[in-house]
Design a protein around this ligand. Structure first.
Ligand code: ANZ
Length: 937
């Protein structure tokens, strides 16, 4: 019997499928455990060996938990809406649904080969209408809710309406738009339906708002910050401008404090929590209102330093601030307009990152200091961001380095309010300074002055204490085709929700996936995209009469919509009427272990916590936090290979031959390079048509040597290794063990195939403990103590490792164990049965095969994990003959690692010694540990 991984792996994968081995029940007496992977976007390139790293780790954990008697939910699915399929559709006309289907089939094939214990009955696909029906439902619930700060919960909008009916909005404490006018119940009732709708939109959890976006006219779409490089679109290099557009927004800011507090209760890495804390960015300070000279308008600022109010030397508004156009004096108009235009070309990220260039323009207008009533120049400057705080600052050069640099640059008079010279220290520290030239704050330090200043501002009616969060409401509209349609139609420009009983609103067919010629999103190309409010169905656009038939929203939802709640869907994936039935939700609660990439730290992981909290308020989600424990797997790095083309030619020069030539460094596919860095030049010429006529300058040994660099494994760097190739050559068990063996799960590590054959050799050795060429070599004899010791050392280590997510060290332990057992000539059932179970989470195929060779008929995956017994680890002991005056009287077995003194004590306390001595004191007790015990009495 030979170990033939390809054969046994196919056999067991078939067995698991046919027997539904990993099908999970929602009704179980067992305790539950939920192990989740971040589900993949099925891209056209398929998986490379970096992708399954986290899946292997979570699979080991899921299998281990099953062995421990848990009912384990370990599902997988696809985040299947997304841009690449849409871009492919634009290029080729192939419907994104077809591309997606093909890619999923390929992913599934690749995943299946690795032997994961997923319950595929629970697969979800975010682009399936029976899934996004519920995404649309959540959107409707958000629209129908507002955030009541008094109860600190999202509530039905009807509770808000009844408050307005009773007492207007004066006593309503909500998270809502800024600048909502105060109204009474009478005023509310006098509003038209349309006015009421507009007012409610300012309170809803999702709302339409004019938002600043990065608009790329050439691509006809809004771009995310990271899709822009140096003011140009990354794709195509087209100009991008800041533009206001009506977009759906999500009021995530309502949950800022709960998102912050919730971090205290979850087991995530400190660095991940820290990035969420920074993203939420809580600042405690004050809002202060400045009057504007000769205008009725006021400027509200947010400051963390109200104590520095007497140091205000000028004010700076963000160039986009609403007041700019109103207050700018005619003389300054031209300069201001030019500056605003220049700023609109810079992304917010650039503006934040750029601390060196100081730029700004004086508006010609003045604010009035709330206490001294002195005039203060109002400037605009792009270091002030429109979207943070109020988009306006009171500039204090003696306390803030940017304000200082600005004042110096424009020669603005600086007021120093500290009892020391202006210093770097004052820019970074708040404590340790005493105020001067600050009227009623003189002589106070930061803490006292902050309290006093706020009190005085409150008294004046020009300020109050305020907590500010950097977290902004999230734009939720995308001008894309391949996403969830909004269940929304428009009556007189006002959005209305389609009743949820008519969901799903299915993505319409279009002829072209590009934006329309007049700049509408791709759904503007759909001909059947109107809502008939009488027959409650989607009908042809030509029927739109704006009486009973209305146009449907043309934007689609962003990529994060479907991924913000998918973990709940796995609990009850085919439920048609609800996200999941209440009893399924109650049983599974939330995710116990979530494994995925760190790139989702502030996107997906924040949005899904937000939706979970909202769904909790709604009474749907059972817990406040969705993911109890989270682990980020480290990235697998690839070794890229480079060739060097002499500029302006088609000649490639070997790396060791380059002298002064100007060369262009280009990627070569790593598969074309051998382990001595030599390029297969013939294959290279065939690799890409543009290299067909390549010429080479070889080194004196006639070789073309490439350069190498270790970087992220990625299709675009041509350094990917396909897991299928590893599976074909060595088998999935080797791949699984090897990926774990590469190093600690959470660290980045280079993929280096050099060690793979060692792991494959280990599995062969393991096999040989059970069988040789002629068949089973198992014995039912009692194993030796040494054999037990090797086994139990391994059980102990593997349990500790799995629970500590240290999977690489388990693999080393398996190797040690198998070597020891080999030396001990161990073929003992009592050792090898439990050993197969211990290894099975890591190498499930070989474990199943060995298990069945041992005569078992059911899957090893349901066996109990062997229990560690400490007694087997006690150093092997010695049976001492105990002599009295030279005569052996009895024998005693003692551990070998006892000291002379410990042995003496045990011997003297032993009843048999006492009996021999019969009350006499021994004259001498001679002990040589490991050798003799002699009593002279
Ligand atoms: C006066 C002051 C005096 C300030 C002083 C700082 C130091 P964080 O901690 O990030 O919340 N600020 C407010 N809104 C801004 C915006 N839209 N763009 C750029 N800067 C803005 O910082 C809040 C501080 O950043 C505020 O406090 C304000 O400057 C500035 F000695 O006001 B401070």
């Amino acid at each position: 019997m030979k170990y033939n991984p390809n054969e046994i792996e196919a056999k067991w994968q078939k067995f698991w499928k046919e027997n539904q081995t990993f099908k999970t029940d929602n009704n179980s007496e067992k305790p539950k455990y939920y192990v989740l992977d971040m589900f993949p976007y099925p891209s056209g390139a398929g998986l490379h060996v970096g992708h399954p790293l986290g899946y292997i780790a979570s699979d080991i954990f899921a299998r281990y938990k099953r062995h421990q008697g848990f009912n384990v939910l370990h599902p997988q699915g696809y985040d299947s809406f997304g841009l690449p399929a849409e871009q492919y559709a634009i290029q080729t006309g192939q419907h994104p649904a077809i591309t997606t289907e093909e890619n999923i089939a390929r992913y599934r094939e690749q995943l299946d080969r690795i032997g994961f214990s997923f319950d595929w009955n629970r697969e979800v696909r975010t682009s399936n209408a029976d899934y996004y029906k519920h995404t649309q439902w959540i959107f409707i619930q958000l629209f129908n809710s507002w955030y009541n700060k008094e109860t600190d919960k999202a509530e039905s909008i009807t509770t808000l309406v009844s408050k307005f009916d009773k007492e207007g909005n004066l006593n309503v404490v909500a998270v809502c738009d800024d600048n909502i006018p105060v109204f009474t119940a009478e005023q509310w009732k006098s509003y038209s339906d349309e006015e009421k709708e507009k007012m409610l939109l300012k309170y809803r959890m999702t709302y339409l708002a004019e938002t600043e976006v990065n608009w790329c006219p050439a691509l006809g779409t809004v771009l995310a910050n990271d899709e822009i490089k140096d003011g140009l679109s990354e794709r195509g290099g087209h100009p991008v401008v800041r533009k206001k557009m009506k977009q759906w927004s999500m009021r995530i800011s309502a949950y800022a404090e709960r998102l912050l507090q919730g971090l205290e209760d979850i087991d995530w890495t400190e660095s991940l929590k820290e990035s969420q804390r920074n993203w939420i960015g809580k600042s405690v300070g004050a809002s202060i209102v400045f009057n504007v000279k000769d205008h009725d308008d006021t400027i509200e600022v947010f400051t963390t330093r109200p104590d520095t109010i007497f140091g205000v030397s000028f004010m700076t508004l963000a160039p986009e601030h609403d007041l700019v156009s109103k207050i700018t004096t005619p003389e300054q108009k031209e300069k201001i307009a030019a500056y605003i235009d220049a700023t609109s070309k810079r992304s917010e990220r650039e503006r934040m990152a750029d601390v060196k260039t100081i730029s700004g323009v004086f508006t010609g207008a003045y604010a009035i200091h709330p206490f001294t009533k002195e005039p203060i120049e109002i400037w605009i400057g792009d270091y002030v961001l429109a979207g943070y705080g109020t988009g306006a600052v009171m500039a204090v050069p003696s306390g803030d380095s940017r304000d200082y640099a600005f004042a110096k640059h424009f020669d603005i008079k600086i007021k120093n309010i500290f009892d020391k010279d202006i210093s770097e220290e004052a820019f970074t520290e708040k404590e340790g300074f005493v105020l001067k030239d600050s009227d009623f704050l003189n002589g106070l330090d930061y803490k006292e002055a902050t309290i006093k200043a706020i009190e005085a501002l409150v008294e004046l009616g020009q300020g109050k204490g305020k907590v500010n969060y950097r977290l902004r409401d999230a734009v939720f509209s995308r001008q894309r085709y391949w996403g969830e349609p909004f269940p929304v139609y428009y009556v007189n420009g006002l959005p209305k929700m389609i009743d949820s009983k008519y969901l799903p609103i299915v993505l319409p067919e279009v002829e072209k996936y590009l934006p329309t010629e007049d700049g509408q999103p791709p759904l503007g190309n759909a001909n059947i995209w109107a809502w008939d409010t009488v027959n409650n169905k989607v009908v042809a656009n030509e029927k739109i009469d704006n009486k009973t038939i209305f146009p449907i929203e043309l934007n689609t939802m962003p990529g994060w919509a479907g991924s913000s709640w998918y973990w709940m869907r796995y609990m009850d994936p085919s439920n048609e009427s609800e996200i999941a039935a209440q009893d399924a939700l109650k049983y599974w609660q939330n995710v116990d272990l979530y494994i995925g990439g760190s790139e989702h730290a502030t996107g997906h992981l924040l949005y899904s916590r937000f939706w979970n909290k909202f769904l909790k308020d709604l009474g749907v989600a059972p817990t406040e936090e969705p993911f109890k424990k989270l682990i980020n797997q480290g990235m697998i790095l690839g070794t890229s290979a480079f060739v060097y083309r002499i500029e302006g030619t088609n000649t490639f020069i070997s790396k060791d031959m380059i002298k002064d030539e100007k060369v262009q460094q280009l990627y070569a596919y790593v598969g074309l390079v051998n382990s001595s860095s030599e390029l297969d030049t013939v294959a290279f010429k065939k690799w890409r048509p543009d290299y067909e006529n390549a010429e080479f300058i070889l080194n004196p040994s006639g070789k073309y040597i490439v350069g190498h660099e270790v970087e992220k494994m990625s299709k675009s760097y041509y350094n990917v290794v396909n897991p299928d190739d590893i599976c074909n050559e060595y088998g999935a068990d080797t791949l699984r063990l090897y990926e774990m063996f590469l190093g600690p799960l959470e660290q980045a590590k280079p993929w280096n195939t050099a060690g793979i054959s060692g792991v494959a050799g280990f599995l062969k050795k393991l096999w040989r403990l059970y069988a040789d060429d002629n068949g089973l070599v198992i014995t039912d004899e009692e194993p030796t103590k040494e054999m037990y010791k090797s086994l139990h050392k391994t059980i102990k280590k593997v349990v500790e490792d799995i629970e500590g997510f240290s999977f690489n060290t388990s693999v080393s332990q398996f190797m040690i164990c198998v070597n020891e057992l080999g030396q001990q000539k161990c073929h003992h059932r009592a050792i090898l049965e439990p050993l197969a179970i211990v290894i099975s989470p890591y190498a499930p195929h070989i474990a199943e095969e060995l298990w069945s060779m041992l005569g078992h008929e059911s899957s090893i995956s349901q066996e109990s994990f062997p229990e560690f017994k400490a007694e087997f680890l006690v150093e092997s002991s010695k049976e001492y003959p105990v002599s009295f005056n030279g005569k052996m009287r009895f024998k005693i077995e003692l551990p070998l690692d006892l000291s002379e003194e410990e042995i003496k004590k045990i011997i003297l306390d032993d009843e048999r010694t006492q009996a021999q001595l019969n009350g006499r004191e021994p004259k001498k007790l001679i002990v040589v540990p490991g050798k003799i015990i002699n009593i002279v009495g």
